[in-house]
Design a protein around this ligand. Structure first.
Ligand code: PAZ
Length: 317
């Protein structure tokens, strides 16, 4: 990294710290963070053991919100259902035994093994309970076992706060970590000093005071400061196909991530394109019939993660 790049990462890190500090009272959401840190340590103990070759994937999932009031009644939200993240968890848990899964999930969004539970439960056509029992069995087996830890967020502040804290705990695992950033993180927020304390009254006009600012970027900080050795997979969503790949390439260059998974809003369940660092043509992955795209996506990323170890071993010998 050049001197100017390094200075810009430092500036981003300082901006992010200041941003989080300004929302301290909103991130102190009644949760005991020291208890969360202890849970994290217990969860990571297995992978941390010296002889363990275990890997850990941190999956982020669902959309973050931006509060419009300190005592928040209203907020800005986005489209993300959390399905990509939940289905990706299932893949890692069921088919990639070497990974433990840390799932950072938006409260109320899709969860592994039960993403269609309510729909099926209340469906008029389906009376056979076998499928539903199977879902519960899988939750009990995988999500209440030692390979899975689930942490919820709602606002963009909680999300970034968690990312910073969790990264500190993951860092000792070095290259055995894969970061899989499928969450749709708010690009804009209302600064704390402009947020009204109480519910905006319907008789009030919302004035320019609620103008939105750009959320500080955490990706470069994560890549270069928090988790420099991890395999970093970020996601890029667009609605205009003509700019998708250029935007994904720009993100890959700017933040030096290993893979950017590019997708379009309306076809995100059918096709993704992987922009891989140092590789010109994107890898196109398409859904085959009824099989979820996440099967191919996760298998391709696990394979790339594996290759990094093979290359490292070759370099060492
Ligand atoms: O959560 P979901 O299954 O409805 O959608 C997944 C997704 C489109 C949020 C994800 O694939 C993604 O692209 N996340 C990053 C979005 C962004 O550009 O910020």
């Amino acid at each position: 990294m050049s001197l100017s790049e390094s200075a810009s990462v430092e500036a981003d890190a300082a901006q992010l710290d200041a941003f989080l500090a300004s929302f301290d009272d909103l991130t102190a959401d009644g949760r005991d963070h020291s208890a969360l840190e202890q849970r994290l340590e217990r969860f990571l103990a297995g992978a941390r053991a010296e002889t363990s070759g275990r890997r850990v994937v941190m999956i982020t999932s669902g959309g973050t919100t931006v509060p419009l009031e300190k005592n928040c009644v209203r907020s800005i939200d986005n489209f993300s259902s959390g399905t990509r993240g939940a289905w990706s968890c299932e893949e890692f848990l069921e088919r990639h035994e070497g990974y433990d899964v840390l799932f950072l999930t938006r409260g109320g969004s899709a969860q592994p093994f039960v993403s269609d539970f309510q729909e099926v439960l209340f469906s008029e056509e389906r009376e056979d309970p076998t499928y539903l029992h199977g879902c519960v069995d899988k939750v009990m087996r995988y999500c209440h076992g030692p390979r899975f830890l689930r942490v919820e967020f709602t606002t963009v502040f909680e999300y970034l706060h968690l990312m910073r804290m969790v990264s500190k705990h993951l860092r000792p695992l070095g290259s055995r970590v894969m970061v899989y950033l499928a969450a749709a993180v708010s690009d804009f927020y209302v600064p704390a000093d402009r947020l009204p304390m109480n519910k905006i009254q319907s008789r009030d006009r919302v004035t320019g005071d609620l103008a939105l600012e750009k959320t500080p970027k955490a990706l470069g900080v994560m890549r270069h400061r928090w988790l420099p050795e991890a395999m970093m997979v970020s996601f890029k969503l667009e609605t205009d196909e003509s700019i998708l790949i250029d935007k994904a390439r720009a993100a890959a260059r700017l933040y030096d991530v290993d893979v950017v998974v590019a997708n379009l809003l309306h076809t995100r369940k059918d096709v993704v394109q992987l922009v891989v660092r140092g590789q010109d043509a994107p890898i196109v992955l398409e859904r085959a019939g009824d099989r979820r795209l996440e099967g191919k996506l996760v298998a391709t990323l696990v394979d790339r993660h594996e290759r990094r170890f093979v290359v490292n071993e070759r370099e060492l010998s």
